[in-house]
Design a protein around this ligand. Sequence first.
Ligand code: ZN
Length: 163
Amino acid sequence: MSKDTVQDGLVVSMDYKLTVDGDVLDSSDQAGPLQFLVGYGNIIPGLEKEMMGMKIGDSKDVVVQPEDGYGEFDEEAFMDVPRSEFPGDMQLEEGMELHVTDEDGNHQAAYVASFDKESVRLDFNHPLAGAELSFYVKVVALRDPTEEELDHGHVHEEGHDHH
Ligand code: ZN
């Protein structure tokens, strides 16, 4: 199969811009093109699906609905935790990200929704849950992954493994 289009098992370099409600939240302007290995769940499914078959130099605007992005906002995904379970000297702030471990030992990100002297309300929704994501993407390069990258299922930027 010809390897000049975006397809499973290739590494794509892309310029991108993410806009939500008219605000640019992220782009490759500063950090340069983003690389990802196609077909391994490294980017949100709604975007990856729309990029399939694009050629080097192709650009596209893609609107991703919440179900193909960071999920729907879940009104139930909140938990009240007694303030006493947090270190006494911990400075809490609304919106701050915490890493919590549940009874099964799973690590999860949570955000401080609100707090008072007695308790802290944690929000387990992703910050972009429920958001319609508008992407501009441009394919800059395509290459084969190294054996190690294929084995790990992700890109090693400049030969380094960040995991
Ligand atoms: Zn790796």
